[in-house]
Each structure stands twice: as structure tokens, then as C-alpha cells.
Write a protein that binds this ligand. Structure first.
Ligand SMILES: NC(=O)c1ccc(NCc2cccc(O)c2)nc1
Length: 247
């Protein structure tokens, strides 16, 4: 999978992409991450990429020339239009695990890191296929959201996480929050591991984990329960949990 990132600050990406899973994924050729400096496509001698907004108002807007130039550069690099051109912005669609899975199926995606008060609308109209927000807050630029998207998407590319992916996705993608995890030592500063996890009874362990996922989801994200595809057994457990919470 090829991910090209259009940014004014390519140096911001050196850290996250030069360590651990993302580094190894690139070394193994599973993911290619291209960093493209939007400023290289500025069309004026001052190399600016932003300008005052028509209609007045505070702040600056990123103009169309450099962004169009940068996206066309990517298209020429691959000899075809990019599959998806994703603008990171607060007005975007909330980024979710499902959205990451959707993007991970693409051969090439471009992430556009906007700045200033926003970007010229003609970029949205003519180039952008997706607008994504990583949360309801405004950041100084789209770079951090782009890193989040690259991390969430790259780990889903086949081979990047290996069998760990299926285990992780299975627990998260079942629509509930994860159950608690424990590892050695069995007791730490008086805090013990739940006995059931030491019992070796796999069916009991499965039930305990499912119950913990349901309890955690009920307590923290009850709205997720509606579309979680609950079994009859789950509903029984939820009834008990609700009864005990209402005691
Ligand atoms: N929540 C987010 O994903 C997010 C994304 C970007 C961003 N800032 C750059 C920007 C880019 C475009 C328009 C705009 O108004 C601001 N801030 C927050």
C-alpha cells in the first residue's frame, strides 16, 4: 500500500515513521510512505502557499495552486489518479476502525494536511474524496491527524501485524470495548490476577472476558451496545449487570 502525505512540515513525520511497526512495515515493502512538501509546488517567487481570504476576515487560507500541483505530482508518480485523497480537517467524518479498514483496502491514498484557517474550497470540490476528523477539536495542522490515520491504516495492511492483528481486531471489532488484560507476576504489590484466568478453564475464561467487555462497554460507551451484535447470552449477562448496577 502506498500512502503519500502532503504537508508543509515533512520533518514532523520523521519520528513516528522511523520506529517500530511502521518502520518495519516500510522496510518490508508492505507500506510505502511518501512525504511531499506542499511548498515545493508554490507558484510564486516567495514560495507562499496561503493568502488572505476573499470576503475578508481573520487568518489565512491555503490556496489551490500548490495543492493541485502536489496531487497532480502524485498522480504522475503512479501514472494514475490516487485512489483516495483524504483531507484531515475538524469538519470531517469521524475516523473509526471501520474507516481505517476501508482505507486499508486501497492501493494508494493521499493524505492532505491542511493548515491556517482552512483550505480553498476548490481543492475540496475538485480533488478531495474524503474528509476525516480524528476528534472534535482544532489542531494547528493536519499532520498529527495524518499520523493517526497512517498508524491505524498501516497496521491493517496484510502482513504488517501478522497473527497479532487477527487477535486484536477480533477483540475490538466485535463492537465492544476490550476486556482487562493481565500478565506476570500473579500478585504485584498485593494486587492479584483474577483466579479464573489462572484456572485453565477456557470456557470460563471466555465467559469472564465477554462479561468484562459487556460491563466495560455498558459503563463507558453504552451507545456502542446497540450495534454490537449481541447474542442471547450477552443480553442475559447485560440484564444481570444492569440489575447489579441499579442495586
Ligand atoms: N480534528 C481533526 O482531525 C483536525 C484536523 C485538522 C486540524 N487543523 C488543520 C485544519 C485543516 C483544514 C481545515 C481546518 O479548519 C483546520 N485540526 C483538527
Amino acid at each position: 500500500m502506498k500512502i503519500d502525505i502532503l504537508t508543509l512540515f515533512p520533518e514532523m513525520f520523521a519520528g513516528p515513521f522511523s520506529s517500530s511497526i511502521l518502520k518495519r512495515a516500510q522496510e518490508r515493502g508492505l507500506v510505502e510512505i511518501g512525504l511531499i512538501n506542499i511548498r515545493d509546488f508554490s507558484t510564486n517567487k516567495h514560495h507562499t502557499v496561503d493568502d488572505a481570504p476573499y470576503g475578508g476576515g481573520a487568518g489565512m487560507v491555503m490556496g489551490p495552486e500548490a495543492l493541485f500541483g502536489a496531487v497532480e505530482h502524485v498522480a504522475r508518480k503512479y501514472g494514475s489518479k490516487p485512489g483516495r485523497v483524504v483531507l484531515m480537517c475538524p469538519q470531517g467524518i469521524p475516523f473509526t476502525q471501520a474507516y481505517a479498514a476501508d482505507l486499508a483496502r486501497e492501493e494508494t491514498i493521499v493524505l492532505v494536511c491542511g493548515h491556517y484557517e482552512g483550505i480553498d474550497e476548490r481543492v475540496r470540490e475538485a480533488l478531495v474524496t474524503d474528509e476525516i476528523s480524528i476528534g472534535d477539536y482544532v489542531l494547528t495542522g493536519g499532520e498529527l491527524p495524518a499520523m493517526v490515520v497512517v498508524d491505524a491504516v498501516a497496521r491493517l495492511v496484510p502482513g504488517v501485524l501478522g497473527e497479532a492483528l487477527s487477535v486484536m481486531e477480533e477483540s475490538f471489532s466485535n463492537g465492544l470495548l476490550e476486556y482487562p488484560h493481565f500478565t506476570r507476576p500473579r500478585e504485584f504489590r498485593g494486587l492479584k490476577v483474577p483466579e479464573v484466568l489462572l484456572s485453565g478453564h477456557h470456557e470460563e475464561i471466555r465467559k469472564w472476558r465477554r462479561r468484562q467487555s459487556l460491563l466495560r462497554t455498558l459503563e463507558r460507551r453504552p451507545e456502542m451496545l446497540k450495534q454490537a451484535g449481541l447474542t442471547r447470552e450477552d443480553r442475559e449477562i447485560l440484564k444481570e449487570l444492569l440489575a447489579s448496577l441499579n442495586e
